[in-house]
Design a protein around this ligand. Structure first.
Ligand SMILES: [Zn+2]
Length: 272
């Protein structure tokens, strides 16, 4: 599943690839995505316009048009991909939307499992799913706000990190990595940790996400950046997917447990 760093990597690549090119045509497939799409409406809004900005809110992408309040709202779901390719390239299976841009380039939305969507929103600022989002871990002041939210909570710190109402966009891989980096045991109750340790965890969350963005995302599978490259961050993962291997910090064998139905990887010796 694309996590926040992958979505941010996609955003940066889109900024370089689709802005300011006139939109020539829009083709929509017949299959339903997670959110219903009105093909005529999308075509009416887009054809003749240009993308002026691509913003991100947690794992949502907002592709804004010049001089308009509305925007294309995209969520990649489990297997969604946005590809920017030359028009002659054959359309691959599970391509649901093709936006033809001037210069012989297509923006294509591909999604095997169709849990994602690509649709028009008249009022993106009022989208209920965006209003519910928690803190943005890449925004200024994130660390102090996270400490305030976490101090009174009785859930495990791992579950808290993955609660989208607390932090928007930290998924399973980055939660394990940030906990290891800040030496926090994933099973600890959030409210039992000191403010100092919570702050150091928040700093680790941000650092892990930034490192992943630099590496282009973690790309375990099913995810490819618009230019067709897979992300390089997977090589930098210290605990995720490494159960049974020695911790690179202390040598203890890493463990894998289940928490709230998801795998957590951690070191039982140097994470407290
Ligand atoms: Zn260790």
């Amino acid at each position: 599943m694309p996590e926040l760093p992958e979505v941010e990597s996609v955003r940066r690549l889109l900024v370089g690839a689709v802005l300011n090119r006139p939109i020539l045509e829009v083709h929509c497939g017949a299959q339903q995505l997670r959110r219903a799409l009105d093909p005529d409406r999308l075509r009416t809004e887009l054809v003749g316009a240009r993308f002026a900005a691509v913003d991100r809110e947690a794992k949502y992408l907002l592709m804004r048009l010049e001089g308009r309040d509305g925007a294309v709202l995209v969520h990649l779901g489990m297997t969604g991909r946005l590809l920017v390719v030359e028009r002659e390239r054959p359309t691959q299976p599970h391509t649901h939307i093709v936006v033809g841009l001037e210069g012989g380039v297509d923006l294509r939305y591909v999604d095997v499992r169709r849990f994602g969507f690509f649709c028009w929103s008249d009022t993106p600022a009022a989208e209920p799913s965006l209003l519910k989002l928690g803190l943005d871990p890449l925004a200024d002041g994130f660390e102090d706000r996270f400490v305030l939210q976490a101090r009174s909570r009785g859930v495990s710190i791992k579950s808290l990190l993955m609660d989208q109402g607390v932090i928007g966009g930290v998924g399973n891989i980055y939660a394990s990595e940030a906990l290891w980096r800040s030496r926090v045991d994933p099973r600890r109750r959030a409210g039992q940790l000191s403010a100092r340790r919570l702050k150091s965890l928040a700093e680790a969350v941000r650092a892990v996400l930034l490192a992943a963005i630099e590496g282009g995302g973690s790309t375990i599978k099913d995810f490819v950046l618009p230019d067709g490259d897979s992300g390089g961050f997977v090589k930098l993962l210290k605990v995720y997917g490494h159960a049974g291997e020695p911790c690179v910090r202390c040598g203890e064998l890493l463990r894998k447990i289940r928490q709230a139905g998801r795998s957590t990887f951690y070191c039982s010796k140097c994470q407290r």
